[in-house]
Design a protein around this ligand. Structure first.
Ligand code: UD1
Ligand code: UDP
Length: 350
């Protein structure tokens, strides 16, 4: 069979890596990169680090308002799909690239496989929530990372083509894990830090970056914590820090986005992780590091139920209170599967 895997943003490259390698053992795959992310450290670096084949199509759609960006991608993907005559389109997660790819495929009557189906934050003001709902409702195979995601699809009346396979990000993490301890040691030494004696933060959600008061309040919390804070910043976050003229104390180190191995190593050895990222909430759980989520809700409810993730929102006092909480007991159960999600996904076409 002939597959088109359509990706465009940093977490999608990380999700596709284990699937692509197995898919190519049995099928033909073309990779379409929408160009939603284009900076080297948000895009090409992950293809190199994770040995993902170069995209067959780089559509270079770039940034824009939601309508402009999604519209450009929709038109460009449609052209490729008309030409390539694939049997399936595979989409990942919940970005505008996911939505555009799913819409393009659905209109051309090409079946869609959605990896990371069934996630919901129940906040329709969040752009990703719209992307997820629409994509799930027009997909033909829905691969859920967790049982709760499966249950959500059933509640929405989606019963055909659904399976729980585990989380593909866990597969990718496991492929890197043997290198983590050594890498963390050397990376931290180069930064003059020791394990467990710093915090790590990332921020990029629109609900925070587009809200000056939220960003100021998060920055106030970071400025008050009594530990070095590493802050690899997404370009939109860096831009908004400048725009809102937010001052960070000297113990908060603003960095360029880092590579995947570096990021996992920095998470692994952190005392606490403060983030609004979806993927990092899961990775913190899988690496056994307490996470403070800078949002009011999360799709990854298991991380909260296990006690490893605290939803603090953006208020500085709530963030500091969450940081002061003791680490929870080790979880009894890993809700994200066995680390063989990619195998289960590819097997479904054998
Ligand atoms: C997107 C996804 C989000 C995902 C995140 C992963 C949507 C709606 N959002 O958010 O779900 O969690 O990717 O990181 O799809 N920019 C650059 N260089 C780049 C890419 C972006 O400078 O390579 C800047 C541009 O100013 C752009 C802004 O970042 O306008 C936002 O980029 P965009 O892709 O629209 O959204 P993300 O915040 O990256
Ligand atoms: N990540 C990375 N470098 C960074 C920030 C994040 O490699 O500087 C990785 C992170 O470890 C995780 C993924 O990118 O695997 C999460 O992507 P992001 O936070 O951009 O998106 P989300 O998961 O929120 O959609």
């Amino acid at each position: 069979m002939r597959f088109a895997s359509i990706v465009g943003a940093r977490p999608q490259f990380i999700k596709m890596a284990p699937v692509s390698v197995l898919l190519r053992q049995h099928h033909e795959e073309i990779i379409i990169h929408t160009g939603q992310h284009y900076d080297y450290m948000l895009s090409t670096n992950f293809f190199k680090e994770l040995s993902i084949p170069e995209p067959d199509y780089s559509l270079e759609c770039g940034s824009g308002t939601h309508g402009v960006q999604t519209g450009k991608m929709l038109a460009a993907i449609e052209q490729v799909l008309i030409k390539e005559q694939v049997d399936w389109v595979i989409v990942y997660g919940d970005t505008n690239s996911t939505l555009a790819a799913a819409l393009a495929a659905a209109k051309l009557h090409i079946p869609i496989a959605h990896i990371e189906a069934g996630l919901r934050s129940f906040d329709r003001a969040m752009p990703e929530e719209i992307n997820r709902i629409v994509t799930d409702h027009i997909s033909d195979r829905l691969f859920c990372p967790t049982e709760s995601a499966h249950q959500q699809l059933l509640k929405e009346g989606i019963t055909q083509g659904v399976s729980v396979v585990g989380d593909v990000m866990y597969d990718t993490l496991l492929s890197i894990q043997p290198r983590l301890v050594d890498h963390a040691r050397s990376l931290l030494a180069s930064l003059g830090l020791t394990p467990g004696n710093y915090m790590l933060t990332t921020i990029h959600r629109a609900a925070n970056t587009d809200n000056a008061a939220a960003m100021q309040s998060i920055a106030a919390a970071l400025n008050k914590v009594e530990m070095p804070v590493l802050f690899p910043a997404h370009p939109r976050t860096k831009a908004c820090l400048q725009h809102y003229q937010i001052q960070l104390s000297s113990h908060v180190r603003l960095l360029e986005p880092v590579g995947y191995l570096d990021m996992l190593a920095l998470q692994y050895a952190a005392y606490r992780i403060l983030t609004d990222s979806g993927g990092i909430q899961k990775e913190a759980f899988l690496l056994g590091v307490p996470c403070i989520t800078l949002r009011e809700e999360t799709e990854w409810i298991e991380t909260v139920q296990s006690g490893w993730n605290i939803l603090a929102g953006s208020h500085w006092q709530a963030i500091l209170d969450a940081v002061a909480q003791p680490a929870p007991q080790p979880p009894q159960h890993n809700p994200f599967g066995q680390g063989d999600a990619a195998q289960r996904i590819v097997q479904s076409w054998l």
